[in-house]
Design a protein around this ligand. Structure first.
Ligand code: AMP
Ligand code: MG
Length: 703
């Protein structure tokens, strides 16, 4: 008005102000104290009682110890039909568009984080007296909206909760936010903002085009490069549709992540308007294309392997191909494929006479030596399954396994019977003591009737709780694993593989069978060689080892430059680090292999390329993986969920634990009659289809 007065000379005729900002400030101080303040504060103390969760948005980088404010903005315009539907739904539910969108945002955040207690801040104009409507000055206050998503409500139910909360919050809007922080959050952290970490703002009076004499005005967005919170969602209503802008902290999020999140939020709004009366867990964040990508393209791992049999039959085929090649080396002893096969056959016949056949569980307690391999193959060839009993384990642990598995026969060595781990009623076949009798047996492969669906081994895993439990793995799974791994590791008769893992860990399964089924040579170290040090270094160097599977702590203690022949290194058993990728991926093929025993050794793998992030890659051949939330719904790219595994490597279950088996091996949500194993591992899809391992679920946010 004053500008126009200046240009045209027409008086602006502004009416005098009834009060000034200073008057208001003084009035507010007089009024908002003692009882009034106490009463207002009490509402917020109640509303914000208990632990206030930190919003666990899936960030691209870890949260810095001190919160930063570098930011960017991503904006889109949502379609008019969507705007109309949101408005229509608000009318029907008796809520404002603000309440509907706030509810949508809170439920969206819940899905994105897996959290059920969601706190969102929102500014309020706070000009609720006529006298101050025309004042220039800062009145805005911040209110906190806390939504409780427990019990899987429908959108309608949640909306009515949020509406009630919003109305109450407005009643108590006068108390300045900083006062609430003072009384509610006494412990402050420098890494995140207090009480809430995301804000929602809504501009619901449509922007009007202003006219000035001789001038045209136009809105220009200011990009401040600042983010006040981790994430702020701003929405504005206009005739063209709803404007949506995410302001985000660039130390936490990449632009592409926020763009994807925007798409998910838009899908979420569409789902909500179409299914307001359906439980929120059933709605999806994903577009049809994304679902197809996750379910069909990235999970398409099917590879036909021409073989349907047992793993020792595969070994026997290899024996025919390379009978005189060296199969196993231990110190100054070695066995050719033919020798190993014949000695295992003799043992197998001997065991069959003692009742071993398909589904028999036979303990295997042998020191690191070629006999360990003879014992293992002998048990399989007799038709049985081996149950590893590591002689270095405490007696109690061995006895627990013997009893739990109901083992009646153990393949062992006389020297190991000096200590008292083996109860008298269990039969012992000693490879040394009984040698003379065993060599009387035929060297031809015995017939046992064992099939791909029979148990090949039972390995005990501790899990996070309870007693160790035996995982029953079938030949089918091991055959598939070995096939996939031979391709991945490029194993051939010239390869020299170190056998590092104890038989009690299934990494040994892969070392042993991938070697024996590719015609390569397996090098056993003695116990001392298995800790990183001079002796291990010499074992690798002296034998010109080409392939090694080692856990990350060992890999980080070894220096690649010492091992000129080492070509392929697999990191397995726990999370691989960026440091390891930098150290190993440069001069050799470096692979991260991930998998629980219940999925037969390895479920996903990745061969690193330069400086990839240390993720766990994609499912191996014939294995499928799903990232699901607590309601077994697929989560989108970038969002954390529990990893479920299905396909060829799925174990039969836990020995003698039908309930636990049922709890962990759940019905396949998309394929009738099939099962998936819940790993308890928290992962997420990276945009390129690789999986990132984020830890165990018990130690993380509940999802
Ligand atoms: P186990 O059943 O004893 O072989 O243990 C399997 C568990 O070890 C998995 O569920 C993961 O928690 C962890 N694990 C195995 N391999 C990896 C890996 N490459 N990266 C991260 N964690 C791993
Ligand atoms: Mg394992």
């Amino acid at each position: 008005a004053l500008y126009e007065e200046d240009i045209s000379g027409t008086p602006a005729e502004l009416s005098p102000l009834p009060v000034q900002y200073a008057d208001f400030a003084q009035w507010q101080r007089e009024w908002l104290k003692e009882d009034v303040l106490e009463q207002q504060l009490q509402y917020w103390k109640d509303e914000l009682s208990g632990d206030l969760p930190i919003l666990q948005l899936p960030t691209d980088r870890p949260r810095p110890a001190v919160q930063t404010n570098r930011g960017k903005m991503h904006q889109v315009l949502l379609s008019r039909p969507l705007r109309e539907k949101l408005k229509e739904m608000s009318r029907q539910e008796g809520s404002t568009l603000f309440m509907t969108l706030l509810t949508a945002y809170q439920s969206f955040l819940s899905r994105y984080t897996g959290q059920e207690d969601i706190l969102v801040g929102s500014p309020i104009a706070n000009r609720n007296y006529r006298e101050i409507e025309g004042l220039i000055g800062f009145f805005v206050n911040t209110l906190v909206y806390r939504a409780d998503m427990t019990g899987n409500p429908t959108f309608q139910e949640l909306l009515s909760q949020v509406r009630e909360k919003a109305l109450r919050a407005h009643e108590y809007q006068d108390v300045p936010f900083e006062k609430i922080v003072e009384v509610v959050q006494t412990e402050r952290s420098t890494s995140h903002s207090p009480i809430f970490q995301t804000m929602f703002t809504m501009q619901d009076t449509p922007r009007k085009q202003r006219e000035l004499v001789g001038r045209s005005l136009e809105m220009v967005e200011i990009h401040t490069s600042i983010a006040k919170f981790d994430l702020t969602l701003s929405m504005a209503d206009s005739e063209e549709g709803l404007f949506l802008a995410f302001e985000y902290n660039t130390d936490l999020f990449d632009p592409s992540t926020i763009e994807r999140m925007t798409g998910h939020f838009e899908n979420w709004l569409n789902e909500i308007v179409h299914h307001p009366d359906a439980p929120l867990s059933g709605l999806t964040l994903m577009s049809k294309e994304e679902q197809k990508q996750l379910l069909e393209e990235w999970d398409d791992t099917q590879v036909e392997y021409p073989y349907e049999g047992t793993i020792h039959e595969r070994f026997e085929e290899q024996v025919l191909r390379t009978p005189e090649a060296v199969a196993v080396v231990y110190e100054d002893r070695q066995l050719t494929y033919r020798e190993l096969n014949e000695q295992a056959n003799q043992l197998a016949h001997y065991l069959q006479k003692r009742g071993v056949g398909p589904e028999s569980l036979v303990g295997l307690c042998v020191e690191r030596s070629p006999e360990m391999m003879i014992g293992l193959l002998g048990i399989l060839k007799a038709g049985g399954a081996y149950v590893p009993l590591d002689p270095t384990y405490p007696e109690q642990r061995l006895q627990y396994i013997l009893a739990d598995a109901g083992i009646q026969l153990v393949v062992t060595q006389e020297s190991l019977l000096e200590s008292s781990w083996l109860p008298e009623e269990i039969q012992a076949v000693c490879l040394d003591r009984d040698q003379e009798m065993i060599v009387q047996e035929s060297t031809l492969s015995p017939v046992s009737g064992v099939t791909a669906e029979n148990v090949v081994y039972v390995i005990y895993t501790s899990g996070s709780t309870g007693n160790p439990k035996g995982v029953m793995v079938e030949h089918r799974g091991v055959c598939n694993l070995v096939h996939a791994q031979i391709d991945l590791l490029n194993l051939n008769p010239a390869s020299r593989v170190i056998q590092f893992a104890s038989l009690s860990f299934d990494a040994s399964v892969f070392e042993i069978f991938a070697t024996f089924i590719s015609g390569a040579t397996l090098y056993l170290g003695n116990q001392e060689d298995m800790i990183p040090g001079q002796s291990m270094i010499r074992l690798l160097q002296d034998n010109s080892i080409t392939h090694a599977t080692l856990p990350p702590p060992i890999l980080s203690a070894l220096d690649k430059s010492l091992f000129t022949d080492l070509k392929v290194v697999v990191s397995a058993g726990s999370a691989c680090t960026k440091e390891l990728v930098e150290r190993w991926a440069r001069d050799c093929t470096f692979i991260n292999a991930y998998g629980p025993t219940e999925g037969t050794v390895c479920a996903t793998a990745h061969e690193f390329n330069g400086n990839d992030s240390p993720h766990i890659g994609r499912p191996i051949a014939n294995v499928e993986v799903f990232v699901l939330d607590q309601h077994e719904q697929i989560v989108p790219i970038g969002v954390a969920g529990e990893l479920y595994i299905g396909g060829a490597g799925l174990a039969r279950g836990y020995l003698n634990r039908p309930e636990l088996t049922e709890e962990r091996f759940v019905p396949h949500p998309f394929k009738v009659g099939e099962r998936l194993y819940r790993t308890g591992d928290l992962v997420r899809y990276l945009p390129d289809g690789n999986l990132e391992f984020m830890g165990r679920i018990d130690h993380q946010v509940k999802i």
